[in-house]
Ligand binder design. Structure first.
Ligand SMILES: Nc1ncnc2c1ncn2[C@@H]1O[C@H](COP(=O)(O)OP(=O)(O)OP(=O)(O)O)[C@@H](O)[C@H]1O
Ligand SMILES: [Mg+2]
Length: 341
């Protein structure tokens, strides 16, 4: 990279954190202050794509409304040298998916803290009337001490109310297949309960190392969300408590109104992340608390440079693709995307 290309305005690009298909995420140092930031930079090829430009602007507009220690703060959006990018708070740690793949033990012993923080981030977002719509392990950053921050608002939306709810119809199904709620797959109105479903799938994966459903084809996977019986995490990990397994299963109910309705509960509740937190704080995840491993996946984190680096396989067995791309809105591909149901 030439000298000039090392800079975007005042930011000196220091390290590629993650190379994506439409945007790269870099660690950068602001020249005047020496402060470090994460820059999400649209790739040159995406700069000609109106949909991608709009998606990054959309992400900025939502992120700038959110201010919580559980959510990555966005500093600014700007264009330099013909490139559009977001400057964000740097949280130079692993995303949950990377941490899970490299060594779930590094998370298991502090999973209660991780789950609580992740849930608080999502709860905060809901209190601001936004729904995330792409809740998955890749979109939570996690640190060695169990601090969690929610990222990636590319397909997030303001919650629909009133008439916009009645007349809502989405042309494309958006989301990430392993975590998509039935109503999201069917392109119906989504709300907080859609995120609760996805968060249930994330919790399942956090305590078992695997997402709840896999399929031979993308459609097969989507159909499992629609009609397969809800799996219990205990079948994959007998150390998971019944209480936690029931909670996770209740979040993955097919019908939004059935979510978080627990066995033995007297009255029907309105499923919200607040209700989740209330129950979660009274139960244990594991029967026997996992030990802190001697070597943590966070110990050699500095070596993570880009997408290639993420193909180092950890000890967890996995037969799913390394990283599942969200099914984002791409105007040109409307029909194709719309057909995927
Ligand atoms: N503020 C940040 N600090 C540190 N790392 C970050 C930050 N934001 C993003 N990352 C890293 O970059 C990855 C991709 O970021 P993000 O999810 O926002 O982009 P994306 O559009 O979903 O990219 P992709 O399509 O490749 O998943 C994250 O999973 C995380 O590893
Ligand atoms: Mg992402």
């Amino acid at each position: 990279m030439s000298r000039q290309r090392d800079f975007l305005g005042p930011y000196r690009l220091a390290r590629l954190i993650r190379g994506g298909s439409t945007a790269d995420v870099w660690e950068a140092i602001e020249e005047n202050t020496n402060d470090r930031y994460a820059l999400k930079i649209l790739k040159q090829t995406s700069m000609d794509d109106k949909g991608e430009l709009a998606a990054l602007k959309h992400e900025y507009n939502i992120a700038k409304d959110l201010s919580s220690p559980r959510i990555i703060k966005v500093r600014e959006m700007r264009t330099e040298a013909g490139v559009l990018f977001l400057a964000m708070e740097l949280f130079s740690e692993l995303n949950m998916k990377q941490a899970l793949r490299r060594g779930p033990d590094s998370l298991a012993f502090m999973l209660d803290k991780i789950v609580e923080q992740a849930a608080e981030g999502l709860y905060y977002m809901h209190t601001k009337n936004y729904i995330h719509l792409d809740i998955k392990p890749d979109n939570f950053l996690v640190s060695r001490d169990g601090t969690v921050k929610l990222i990636d608002f590319t397909i997030s939306e303001k919650k629909k109310t009133g008439l916009s709810k009645i007349f809502y119809s989405s042309k494309v199904a958006r989301g990430t297949r392993s975590y998509m709620a039935p109503e999201q797959i069917r392109r119906k109105v989504c709300d907080e309960r859609t995120d609760i479903y996805a968060f249930g799938c994330v919790l399942y994966e956090l305590c078992t190392g695997k997402p709840p459903y896999t399929g031979d084809t993308p459609n097969d996977l989507l159909n499992r969300h629609l009609s397969s019986s809800i799996p219990s995490p205990i079948a994959q990990n007998p150390n998971v408590t019944k209480d936690f397994a029931n909670l996770v299963k209740s979040m993955m109910a097919k019908k939004p109104e059935d979510r978080l309705q627990l066995p033995g509960q007297q009255n029907k509740i309105v499923p919200t992340m607040w209700e989740f937190l209330k129950v979660f704080r009274t139960i244990e995840i594991f029967n026997k608390r996992p030990r802190k491993p001697e070597i943590s996946v966070f110990d050699h984190n500095v070596g993570i440079k880009g997408a290639d680096d993420m193909f180092i396989k950890p000890s967890v067995s996995s037969d799913e693709p390394e990283e599942e791309k969200p099914r984002k809105r791409k105007p040109k591909k409307t029909t194709e995307e719309g057909d995927k149901e």
